[in-house]
Design a protein around this ligand. Structure first.
Ligand SMILES: [Zn+2]
Length: 132
């Protein structure tokens, strides 16, 4: 393992830093207030290139998801997880993330409140179910 040294903080690193504190960092178009999750050069609505970064609390409701089970037989419960698309409570933006411990649709009814708790290099946003 060798560490590639990239000290300059990219917007991805900033996004990760926010995610680790349970927040979502979003680019907002200054002209039309369009919200963009990815770093873009131009707003996809008005083609303005002026953005400001805003952060939102990483809580939302499950919109849709796919359950993945990648573990060997007998260990299904351990490694099964869901790829979740959820809508942020504060701004209505759809964000996707990784929710461990989901093995059947009974574990995750649509509309379940969830929150961002961490960021994994491998999986992206790590989510957790909120206690209702
Ligand atoms: Zn715009």
């Amino acid at each position: 393992m060798s560490n590639v040294n990239l000290k300059k903080q990219s917007s991805r690193e900033q996004f990760i830093e926010y995610a680790k504190t349970g927040k979502i960092l979003v680019n907002q178009c200054i002209k039309c207030n369009n919200l963009l999750l990815e770093t873009m050069y131009y707003c996809d609505k008005c083609f303005s290139s002026s953005f400001k970064q805003v952060s939102y609390t990483g809580t939302g409701k499950v919109v849709t998801y796919t359950i993945q089970s990648v573990s060997p037989e007998g260990f299904e419960d351990v490694d099964s997880f869901a790829w979740v698309v959820f809508k942020l409570d504060e701004c209505g933006l759809n964000v996707s993330g990784f929710l461990p411990g989901i093995s059947s649709p009974n574990d995750l009814p649509l509309g379940t409140p969830i929150k961002v708790i961490d960021f994994s290099e491998k999986h992206g946003l790590v989510l957790e179910k909120l206690k209702a």
